[in-house]
Design a protein around this ligand. Structure first.
Ligand code: ATP
Ligand code: MG
Ligand code: FE
Length: 352
């Protein structure tokens, strides 16, 4: 089986080829970051138009890298949701047209299942069951993952996602979009403890979180500063922000380990690329004799490889008749909102 994965849920267009016998063969990415930077965030209409321009070219690029032709593709996996409706429609229109032309199945993939399965593209790969901390631009969730497709939501943010908090803090500090890498680098130059920010809900006896107050504390600090442009002040504030956010995520993860007695942990989503978070969570999990897994660094943020990985896993867990039913289905839809828990439970695929 050779599966083409296509991602277009937000501001990254991704394509990748994965084989059941050889694993990930090639992946290619086009990020729209430069296009959206002037606006400080993603402009949905611009995003949709750009995906249309990129998907076919990226597909040809991965075919060439892998030394394959379109005829070699046996199935297509495409992000069906959640995400921006127009952006999802762009990727799905191309995927379904290509599937129709080639007479092959097209399977819709859940973007967050893709983020989680990206961890299976690293070695060693995590075994089920595990706890998952999903920290991305739109989500911050703690899940119990019993097996492939079986997701139980244990806790989540009540307001902003961790990535969103990074992006908004970056804006307040005059740093470019997306904020994660820039805030993280600035924080490295700051002094720990110089500026202490509140850690919302850290002691709440559950796994719920809240990050919008953190952004407000950053705003208050900037507003009250004698010189908000002072380098040391900005670095200390970035440091205070990162330390507070990492502390809350670490405390909640530790609480989840105690509650579930699961000490194998997968951390995924764009913020899992954060070095400060990786170091702290690794320390906490190893102290509890557990094991922690992250996706390869470049596969933490949106990409086609994670969609191809989730897609091949879904396809392999289907019967031949179920796969056949996905061929020539000219009608298609997208799911801008799509709870991870509603996915069907499936067999763990061997290939990944
Ligand atoms: P979702 O997956 O929830 O739909 P998304 O696809 O927009 O949202 P991702 O691509 O998973 O989100 O991640 C993007 C987010 O990750 C951005 O908010 C970005 O600031 C953050 N991010 C990326 N790299 C880092 C980093 N090194 N440190 C902290 N945050 C980071
Ligand atoms: Mg993105
Ligand atoms: Fe994402």
């Amino acid at each position: 089986m050779l599966v083409l994965g296509i991602e277009s849920s937000c501001d990254e267009t991704g394509a990748a080829l994965i084989s059941d016998t050889e694993g990930l063969l090639a992946d290619a990415l086009h990020t729209q970051i430069d296009m959206h930077r002037a606006y400080g965030g993603v402009v949905p209409e611009l995003a949709s138009r750009d995906h249309i321009r990129r998907v076919v070219a990226l597909t040809d690029e991965v075919l060439e890298k892998a030394g394959k032709t379109r005829r070699d593709i046996t199935a297509i996996a495409v992000t069906e949701g959640p995400g921006l409706a127009g952006a999802l429609l762009a990727g799905n229109a191309v995927a379904h047209a290509m599937g129709f032309a080639l007479g092959i199945p097209v399977v819709g993939v859940h973007h967050l299942e893709g983020h989680l399965l990206a961890a299976r593209l690293a070695k060693p790969a995590p075994e089920f069951p595990f706890l998952a901390l999903l920290v991305s631009g739109g989500h911050t969730q703690i899940l119990r993952v019993e097996s492939f497709g079986s997701y139980e939501l244990l806790g989540e943010t009540l307001d902003d996602a961790a990535g969103e908090a990074f992006d908004k803090t970056a804006q307040l500090l005059g740093l470019p979009y997306p904020g994660g890498p820039a805030v993280s680098a600035l924080a490295d130059k700051g002094t720990p403890g110089a500026i202490e920010l509140a850690r919302p809900m850290i002691h709440a006896p559950n796994l719920m979180m809240s990050f919008s107050g953190l952004k407000t504390s950053v705003l208050t600090a900037v507003t009250n500063a004698l010189d908000p442009k002072d380098e040391a002040f900005r670095a200390n504030l970035a440091r205070g922000f990162v330390d507070a956010l990492v502390d809350v995520l670490a405390a909640k993860l530790v609480r989840a380990i105690k509650m579930t007695r699961l000490n194998h942990v997968v951390v995924a989503g764009g913020v899992s690329a954060n070095r400060q978070l990786r170091e702290r969570l690794t320390q906490e999990v190893e102290r509890r004799r557990g094991k922690i897994y992250f996706p390869p660094m470049r596969l933490c943020t949106d990409n086609g490889a994670m969609i191809a990985a989730a897609g091949i896993a879904r396809l392999e867990s289907m019967t031949a008749a179920e796969r056949e039913a996905l061929v020539d289905k000219l009608a298609f839809g997208v799911r801008p909102r799509w709870p991870l828990e509603s996915l069907p439970k499936a067999q763990v695929p061997e290939a990944l």
